[in-house]
Design a protein around this ligand. Structure first.
Ligand SMILES: Nc1ncnc2c1ncn2[C@@H]1O[C@H](COP(=O)(O)OP(=O)(O)OP(=O)(O)O)[C@@H](O)[C@H]1O
Ligand SMILES: [Mg+2]
Length: 279
């Protein structure tokens, strides 16, 4: 479905992505791991078209999309979410979803003059889809809430919801678990699995939460210093000497993050998150 070949992204003399090649097959949830600064988000930016590569090619559904702009990739079903949610915080959760579908007839002033009925019908359909998406994500109770007031986890669910407002085929998820409390994390995992198994979504999932990678992802790819170190089954990747070395050479390591999980300050933040869920 997606084939990345020899991709390079240089920022000045520094190569954030340095000859990266990988393949994603339809139906997979490919886990992308690697220490901080490995080039994972930069790779997503290249695949989504937010950055142009210095070298290499990207093929999606048997077509070379290396030179295509972001919106053209989006219309082909290649959709990404952000490491930090990009919600419009003054709009409601529902309105945020309704913003997504491209080419709404209402955007065209002339359509409003000459075919107001058509515009209303299209808007009605989009609203219906947004409500169905909110129901799927179990966010109906916050449909009219300002998105800025949602908890971190609810914002991540809303990000996932944005991908459901289009006909997404391949969804790039950048750290969906970051800042999400345990309860919502389980929900997020469950929704990703349903979208994958029942709705035919293919995913690439960047995540530092190894439990989530273990539960959802096959295969797993580990990147370090802009390159793919290894691709394989979670357990094989986890125990690979090169992977351990890559993680141990960087700070903070996954192991330190694990330790931070039990840091009272982190626990306190999680606790606050939990209370906000009562919205
Ligand atoms: N626009 C930019 N200009 C210069 N350097 C950049 C730019 N974007 C990213 N980098 C650098 O490229 C490297 C890879 O960054 P990237 O964000 O892709 O890492 P990552 O694997 O997503 O890390 P993390 O797990 O912390 O999110 C980092 O050293 C980063 O500082
Ligand atoms: Mg990143």
């Amino acid at each position: 479905m997606l084939e990345v070949d020899g991709l390079v992204k240089a920022f000045g003399g520094f190569r954030a992505v340095d000859g990266c090649s990988l393949k994603v097959e339809k139906g997979e949830i490919l886990g992308l791991i690697g220490p901080n600064g490995a080039g994972k988000t930069t790779l997503f930016n290249l695949i989504a078209g937010a950055l142009q590569p210095s070298a290499g090619t990207i093929r999606f559904l048997d077509e070379d999309i290396t030179a295509l702009p972001t919106d053209a990739r989006f219309h082909k079903g290649l959709v990404r979410t952000f490491q930090i949610p990009h919600e419009f915080h003054n709009l409601s959760a529902r309105e945020n979803l309704m913003m997504v579908p491209p080419h709404q007839p209402g955007e065209n002033l002339f359509a409003n003059w000459f075919a107001p009925g058509k515009v209303r019908a299209a808007e009605e359909a989009v609203r219906h889809k947004a409500d169905a998406t909110l129901a799927f994500l179990e966010l109906t109770h916050v449909a009219d809430e300002r998105a800025g007031n949602l908890s971190g986890g609810q914002k991540k669910l809303l990000e996932l919801g944005r991908t459901m407002m289009t006909d997404a085929k391949l969804v790039l998820l950048d750290e969906p678990a970051a800042g999400v409390n345990r309860t919502l994390l389980r929900k997020l995992e469950e929704k990703i699995l349903i979208l994958n198994r029942e709705r035919g979504y293919t995913f690439i999932l960047i995540e530092h939460d190894m439990e989530m990678i273990e539960k959802l992802c096959h295969p797993v790819v580990c990147m370090a210093e802009g390159k793919v170190l290894i691709q394989g089954d979670f357990y094989a990747v986890r125990s690979d000497a090169r992977v351990l070395e890559a993680y141990l050479g960087e700070t903070p390591t996954a192991i330190e993050r694990e330790a931070a999980e039990h840091d009272p300050k982190v626990e306190e933040l999680r606790e606050q998150e939990l209370h906000r869920e009562d919205l």
